[in-house]
Design a protein around this ligand. Sequence first.
Ligand code: C2E
Ligand code: CA
Ligand code: CA
Length: 450
Amino acid sequence: MTQIQEPYMDSVTDDKLFKYKFLAYHDALTNLPNRLYFDSYLQQLMNECKNEQQKFALLYIDLDRFKQINDSLGHKYGDQVLKEATKRLGSCKEEAHFLARVGGDEFICIVPKVGTRSEAEEIASAFIDALAKPFCLNEIECYLSASIGISFYPFDGDDADMLVTYADSAMYRAKNQGKGCYQLANVEKNAGAYETLMFEQELRKAVKQEDFLLHYQPKVDVLKQKVVGFEALIRWEHQQFGMISPQHFIPIAEETGLIIPIGTWVLKEACRQHMEWRHAYQQDFSVAVNISSNQFLEKDFVDQVFKILAEIGMPPNLLELEITESILIQHSELIIQKINQLRTHGIQISMDDFGTGFSSLNYLKKLPVDTLKIDRSFIQDLETSEHSSAIVKAITMLAQYLNINVVAEGVETIGQLEKLKEPKCNQIQGYYYSKPLIATEALRWLQTFK
Ligand code: C2E
Ligand code: CA
Ligand code: CA
């Protein structure tokens, strides 16, 4: 294979011009070839390979969770991460491989003369391992991962756009499979990626048209025989496909950033509904809203919550925000600061799905939350599993010791309810009392609850 011409080297006559041309084809932050250089390289490589019947692999690399770090810690830290990621990718690749930065947190590595598919897969695994190690940003330790899509020339396409597009959608498949892994483009089997794309377009439309609806599930204090609040749970009402569960669309909303407008809509709607109920039912009870990590990490999240409460005229102590443990993975002081800011204004914070994440007892000590919601998986087999029963007891005792409320999620039977009496887990949510209901039914349920 002849040497590929560097695009900034042609017809340079003096040093200054060379410098300008170099800058035009490189990314200033990482010094890597940029998109322009990449396009030129890919085109030349394809011409070469056509003539010499050579193969190559294209690895589309996207950093997972980069946006969160950039948004929460600022661009200075974001830049540091990108530089360090470049160093790590560089140390895994061979000299003949071509690495470019083609977008904010997107890189492409081309492996010329690739022998077998597994050769490209090994390189992808090395990249993933290298990026999974913690990033130390001054005092803060952050964890990232990378999702990679791989396409092969000429099997997956013989034009540049096609190869990049297929590697890109394989990368999205890797993200949907839980991130931190790679997927092959495998064009014949690629129909799934197309569906995901259609789904995303539909979701964008739904956000514009606000095709969503909230259901509300009550939370009951069994000792006081009192309804303490409702949790708002979103549904997507699709004209053609009917009601779509949040478990299906929230992950895509998170991946595409659509969770931000969706989350804002949920907050506003739940607060508005709550105020409407309070006029009809004179007693105090709270409304809980699920907040995804990306939403919580938005710079102006706290201000936005206060603004919504003020606009609606809702007392802050009646709003509860449910967050999950994943938000704490970054151990960021910033998260704790945000939680404190919300709590000083009276907003309640719950830790959702407790017990399923890393549940470190250490962070519970410094974590300023009001409530732990024990995950449904422990409640489900409470009657049959000693193990679950022990975990529920331990969580409840610990929470009582730390002066934190406990809620058991997903209580369906009287047997489970009985089992929760002994550890004095008094707040209950689940089908035993009620499934999530539409607003009018929820109010009726509230008025007839005894
Ligand atoms: P979650 O916050 O853990 O909500 C509880 C889920 O368990 C709800 O499912 C609820 O319908 C279901 N559930 C409650 N009691 C029982 C029971 O006794 N038995 C069984 N089998 N299931 C029960 P749903 O509504 O499908 O929501 C699923 C998840 O989607 C939620 O889990 C939450 O993580 C997410 N989600 C829902 N609404 C929103 C939202 O507005 N924003 C965000 N970011 N996430 C949401
Ligand atoms: Ca929840
Ligand atoms: Ca939960």
